[in-house]
Design a protein around this ligand. Structure first.
Ligand SMILES: *Cc1c(COP(=O)(O)O)cnc(C)c1O
Length: 357
């Protein structure tokens, strides 16, 4: 067990009303911090009042971007209890990301304990209004105070908490997606399978281009052949083609989403055929043209399921399912959110209560 010291804030804040939460800009009273050095390993695990960090301007993370993060949510159930969804998977992925970036890994048990403890300390920040949650952001970055590129010898692991509004406060609305043919997000052998900050910086320009053209997100193609579908924005993507759900295989350049995996496991449990394979843009567009494409949707922690109503490729637009939410997307959304907020029994053993003592 990690020894975690707790220093409570002397100025507790209060949870804003649900319609004022939005995403990612309100923070709870406390945060978790832990330091790493080669000499001491991970040490000084602590929960302290949320506030600015003090780092050398030369800190590695500012220049060379040795940073990885995770994203999960704490949900308030009807009985008042608080729970997480498959948090151990996030901690495994955190370490897979850290390893790729040469950052020290955090023992999975310790990372989980850090998340559970800080959520418990700030459990009154888990909102209760429908669709709201406490977004949990663990992150790990190199703090070596030197511009020399000499590997990572000092790091910080932190967890901050942000109460968030309902993603679908105005109802689930199918999005418009543009296939990106210029920029690429990741290549095999690169960092695409990690949640490292740099991947998102590298996406900014394509996001801005798509937004300027009136699209909500970009659909990435593989970086080598620019031929195969990878993911949509910061979500994995699934297509129902002739009754089969097809999703890009995890080739190394795609983020292994926990929502993706949960959808695949659920669909298989329901007897829906699922294929994880290479899917070319050409095959997808052909399916859209012929009517074989029945549904398209993104999957990720933030939205859970995000139906796609329109695909644009090389200036040509294709509507999907008449811009309506398809039955598979709706069922996955209902079942997953049912588990997450504790409204349904959990046959998969995916939810994890935060104790409260
Ligand atoms: C986080 C993320 C996802 C979704 O992962 P979940 O574990 O389902 O939240 C998909 N793609 C990218 C690029 C991501 O950053």
């Amino acid at each position: 067990m990690l020894q975690i010291s707790v220093t409570k804030t002397t100025h507790p804040g209060s949870l804003p009303p649900a319609d004022k939460l939005g995403f990612g800009s309100v923070f709870s009273d406390h945060m978790f911090l832990m330091d790493y050095s080669d000499a001491k390993g991970w040490h000084d695990a602590r929960i302290v009042p949320f506030g600015p960090l003090s780092l050398s301007p030369a800190a590695n993370v500012f220049h060379y971007a040795a940073e990885v993060f995770e994203g999960l949510k704490a949900y308030r159930c009807a009985d008042g209890s608080v729970q997480l969804f498959r948090p151990r998977e996030n901690m495994k992925r955190l370490n897979a990301s850290a390893q790729r970036m040469g950052l020290p890994s955090v023992p999975e048990e310790d990372a989980l304990q850090a998340v559970m403890t800080v959520v418990d300390v700030d459990r009154n920040w888990v909102p209760a209004a429908p669709g709201t949650s406490l977004y949990v952001r663990p992150f790990l970055f190199a703090t070596d105070p030197t511009l020399s590129l000499h590997g990572v010898h000092e790091a910080v692991f932190a967890v901050i908490l942000s109460p968030s509004g309902s993603y679908y406060a105005h109802g689930m609305n199918p999005v418009r997606i543009m296939l990106e043919t210029d920029d690429v997000r990741a290549v095999r052998g690169g960092t695409g399978y990690t949640k490292c900050g740099g991947n998102y910086a590298a996406s900014n320009r394509a996001d801005a281009h798509a937004a300027a053209k009136g699209f909500d997100q970009v659909l990435w193609l593989d970086g080598v052949e620019r031929k195969y579908i990878e993911e949509v924005g910061a979500m994995n993507v699934m297509f129902k083609i002739n009754g089969t759900v097809v999703t890009p295989a995890l080739t190394g350049s795609i983020l292994p989403g926990i929502t993706r995996r949960s959808c695949i496991e659920m669909l298989r449990a329901w007897g829906v055929p699922v294929e994880e394979r290479l899917l070319s843009a050409e095959e997808l567009i052909q399916a859209a043209r012929s009517g074989a494409l029945e549904e398209a949707f993104g999957t990720g922690t933030a939205a859970v399921i995000s139906p796609i109503g329109e695909l644009s490729f090389k200036g040509q637009s294709y509507t999907v399912n008449d811009r309506a939410i398809g039955p598979t997307a709706q069922k996955l959304y209902d079942e997953l959110t049912g588990l997450q907020w504790g409204r349904r029994p959990d046959p998969f053993g995916w939810v994890c209560k935060v104790d409260g003592n």
